[in-house]
Design a protein around this ligand. Structure first.
Ligand code: TYC
Length: 103
């Protein structure tokens, strides 16, 4: 036999299973009294690619509960979505705010 694995040669031949588990960041939308529901729906549908029904559910969650999760993304993508939301809101004169939270 060329190689008998039952013999301990003092060599570590185990392979380590290295599963990539990227940290995800939730994008949280915050409630306020001035941003229109219509604009929030627009943001959820265009920036977060939600269906009208899902966008409505998330928007009402934010409206009644104060905050809601739009989705979870890699740090770079989440950060870009927050900046996009704030840019669109600023352009329209709304105080809508979004933040990041590690999942
Ligand atoms: N509270 C707002 C209103 O009554 C609607 C709203 C919903 C605003 C969600 C922000 O993230 C938000 N017009």
């Amino acid at each position: 036999m060329v190689h008998d694995p039952s013999i301990d040669h003092g060599v570590l031949d185990e392979t380590r299973q290295k599963t990539a588990k990227p940290t995800l960041y939730k994008v949280i939308l915050l409630n306020d009294d001035y941003t229109t529901m219509e604009f929030v729906l627009h943001v959820l549908e265009t920036v977060f690619h939600k269906t009208p029904a899902t966008a409505h559910r998330i928007m009402m969650q934010v409206h009644t509960g104060g905050h809601g999760v739009c989705g979870a993304y890699s740090y770079d993508v989440a950060e870009t979505k927050v900046a996009t939301v704030q840019g669109l809101a600023k352009r329209e004169g709304f105080p809508l705010q979004a933040t990041l939270e590690e999942e």
